[in-house]
Design a protein around this ligand. Structure first.
Ligand code: NOS
Ligand code: ZN
Length: 362
């Protein structure tokens, strides 16, 4: 008899996460502890459950800009090396407990300088925290590896500096670069110098595109900037036409993205909150997966979007009937798309992912 698919069983299978923001995944109690230590009086609640509910409700705003406002609280309490290391270590513990075996976690170092930390100190503190978290997970019998992505914020003008920082730490598990923040009004081409530099350095980068703004943003990210992956990319469906008889027509951009196997870092729950999709059942991930785009499933912000990798898969199972074979497909897609070396990716696919699903697929 095959193992039933539910939240508890999904937590046990190996999962791969490519798109998760460090400042969007704090435990509510940690936000409270750190706020107290920092003397930050701006939190809307002092009780962990209430605070968790507040973040999810406030982020459930219908717009990316309002969703992003909630980060002012998490960023405010992440201004010391100790706080950054704690948040990073707990992030790894939480992912490992959820059955994530490989994750790329991103954050914008420039946001953590309010009390004078240097960019180097910030990166070092977070890397220490990740290594600490990996060790703690291993002590619990959980194998997990974390790669870091450094983000520059679209509304600021520091992308060249942050790209340089990412390259300097490339041998210390900083595996790539991204730009995040409000999309409308901040096209990715504003950061062309950073992307050109990264390409010259043979470094990897993804770009948040096609979340709050449509096809032009995706096209620029791929064709002008050279992004290897797309953060969200949901609006690529605007370039796909499905006729009443079910026949499907891909436009040139959608075809290019599918033909080139460009990975889409899809984050269903987050998209519902920012208004990029109406419900999980109507989320473009269903169509895109059916059309065999290189789709991956991600959390974006576990605190604000009140989700985990397992809860995202449980919701997708509910909406689209995905089973173990589909979940393995998503995990392999994500692992193929990771920014670590090819041999390391293969090793995780062959030694961890496939054995993890083998018994379920018999
Ligand atoms: O879905 C998103 N789209 C764009 N920007 C985001 C999203 N989620 C978080 N951030 C932004 O990325 C920064 C670095 O982690 C966060 O501070 C937040 O402002
Ligand atoms: Zn994101």
């Amino acid at each position: 008899m095959s193992t039933p698919v539910n939240l508890d069983t999904i937590r046990l299978v190996p999962k791969v996460l490519l798109h998760d923001h460090l400042d969007g995944g704090l435990r509510p109690q940690t936000v409270i502890d750190l706020a107290r230590a920092a003397g930050y009086a701006g939190l809307p609640h002092e009780d962990a459950d209430e605070l968790g509910r507040w973040f999810a409700a406030a982020a459930d705003s219908g717009s990316l800009e309002r969703y992003l406002e909630t980060f002012s609280h998490t960023v405010a309490v992440m201004q010391t090396a100790e706080a950054l290391a704690r948040v990073a270590a707990e992030c790894v513990e939480d992912l490992a407990a959820d059955g994530v075996v490989y994750a790329e976690i991103r954050y914008a170092p420039e946001l953590f300088q309010e009390q004078g930390l240097t960019l180097d100190r910030i990166v070092a503190a977070v890397q220490d925290g990740f290594r600490d978290g990996e060790r703690r997970a291993a002590a619990e019998g959980k194998r997990i590896r974390i790669g870091t992505l450094l983000c520059a914020m679209r509304q600021n003008a520091r992308s060249a500096e942050i790209a340089n920082l990412a390259v300097r730490y490339r041998d210390s598990e900083v595996v790539g670069f991204d730009i995040a923040g409000p999309e409308a009004g901040f096209p990715p081409t504003r950061n062309l110098d950073a992307f050109e530099y990264l390409r010259q350095q043979n470094a990897h980068f993804t770009i948040h595109a096609g979340e709050a703004f449509g096809l032009p943003s995706i096209w620029e990210a791929i064709q002008h900037c050279g992004a290897e992956r797309l953060g969200h990319g949901v609006r690529i469906v605007d370039d796909i036409k499905v006729d009443e008889d079910g026949s499907v027509h891909l436009g040139r951009l959608a075809s290019y993205i599918r033909d080139r196997r460009i990975p889409l870092e899809m984050c269903p729950s987050s998209n519902l909150q920012t208004g990029a999709a109406k419900s999980i059942a109507e989320h473009p991930i269903g169509l895109l997966a059916k059309l065999r785009f290189r789709v991956t499933v991600n959390t974006d912000n576990r605190l604000m979007s009140h989700c985990s990798m397992s809860s995202e898969f449980a919701a997708l199972h509910e909406a689209f009937g995905y089973g173990w074979a589909d979940m393995q497909w998503f995990a392999v897609n994500a692992m193929k798309s990771a920014f670590i070396g090819f041999d390391e990716r293969l090793e995780i696919i062959d030694d961890v992912i496939k054995p993890g699903y083998a018994a379920l697929l018999e």
